[in-house]
Ligand binder design. Structure first.
Ligand SMILES: Nc1nc2c(c(=O)[nH]1)N[C@H]1C(S)=C(S)[C@@H](COP(=O)(O)O)O[C@H]1N2
Ligand SMILES: [Mo]
Length: 317
């Protein structure tokens, strides 16, 4: 996101800083190639364990789903590298089970959950959602999960809880992108941290996911547990979560810390608010040729606009 050029970008818009990053990326990439023991070639995506769910027709979009192949081979998961095919190539390094998630902070019933306990906490639904990446591409993904609100109600936030912070796994052994010098730039702080306002986290569209396309989440898509917030840019949907913390202050997110002018806390998909370096008016749906118009709140305006009444979405980008 920070480095890759959005398709709409003009060369003149690329700052020296980003040119520097790209050159550095290339050189480091060459160095890594020279040093790395022979990496396994891109393996075919293995068939995952089945995960049963009931389709929620009401909250399923009509757009045809992106192919399983694309959903699992074209990814953003910087813990494995910045190229779209890095996660599919390297995500086998992640051990998604056993796995626990600490749910704590301002709640009456904090608890460390085993992920398999979380899977069974509430009935699993299949919901086909759009995913719009801030870089200008989009997908349609049949997720399996249940509303994050079900878990939130279970742990009972206190009146002090105003925001929810999501923390992804920190483990350079399993996540090579967290190793010193592996990525082309050092501007990202690990672990990956994201956040939502409590009312956004409680919104019925916000999904805690464990699978997609009828099977458990492939590692590259955020196994074993990932939050999905379909009206926001993709980076708000943190992968491989180990902690969900209820806090009083707005969390400092990874991308906000890296480039505050480019990636705000809200990051609602909005065709009328451009990224400083490119337009957000259109997107390329993976698998399609022509660009589509980006929809306000990624097409979920009717359901979520009321969360933001009275807010200036240019300021709270
Ligand atoms: N932990 C973590 N979560 C992450 C990311 C990441 O780099 N690390 N990338 C984000 C971005 S930028 C996008 S667009 C989506 C991509 O999800 P997908 O690869 O399943 O399509 O994951 C988001 N969640
Ligand atoms: Mo993204």
């Amino acid at each position: 996101m920070l480095i890759r050029h959005a398709p709409d970008m003009k060369t003149s818009e690329i700052t020296d800083f980003h040119l520097y990053l790209n050159r550095r990326s290339f050189l480091l990439g060459m160095a890594a190639l020279a040093l790395a023991p022979s990496m396994p070639a891109a393996a075919a995506v293995p068939a995952g364990e089945r995960l049963k769910a009931t389709r929620n027709e009401r909250l399923t979009v009509e757009d045809p789903p992106t192919t399983f192949e694309s959903i699992t081979t074209y990814n953003n998961f910087y813990e494995f590298g910045t190229n779209k095919d890095d996660p599919a190539r390297l995500a086998h390094m992640l051990k998604a089970r056993p796995w626990t998630v600490l749910v704590d902070g301002h709640v009456s019933r904090p608890k460390r959950y085993d992920v398999d306990e979380l899977v069974r906490l509430s009935p699993l639904e299949e919901r086909v959602y759009r995913l719009r990446c801030v870089e200008g591409w989009s997908m349609v993904i049949p997720w399996i999960g249940y509303p994050l609100a079900s878990l939130i109600k279970r742990v009972q936030p206190t009146s002090k809880a105003k925001f929810v912070e999501f923390t992804s796994l920190l483990d350079p052994q399993q996540l090579p992108g967290q190793r010193q010098g592996f990525l082309s730039f050092s501007s990202l702080e690990w672990p990956y941290v994201e956040g939502l306002r409590l009312d956004e986290a409680l919104h019925p569209l916000t999904l805690l996911t464990f699978g997609l396309y009828g099977q458990v989440l492939p590692n590259q898509d955020g196994a074993p547990i990932r939050v999905v917030v379909p009206w926001k840019y993709g980076f708000k949907s943190a992968k491989s979560i180990v902690r969900i913390r209820f806090v009083a202050e707005q969390p400092k997110t990874t991308w906000e810390k890296a480039a505050p002018k480019e990636y705000g806390f809200y990051s609602n998909a909005n065709p009328t608010v451009d990224h400083p370096r490119w337009s957000q008016a259109t997107e390329r749906r993976i698998g399609e040729f022509r660009r589509r118009k980006t929809l306000m709140f990624n097409g979920y305006e009717e359901q979520v606009a009321s969360l933001y009444t009275g807010m200036d979405l240019r300021k709270s980008y």
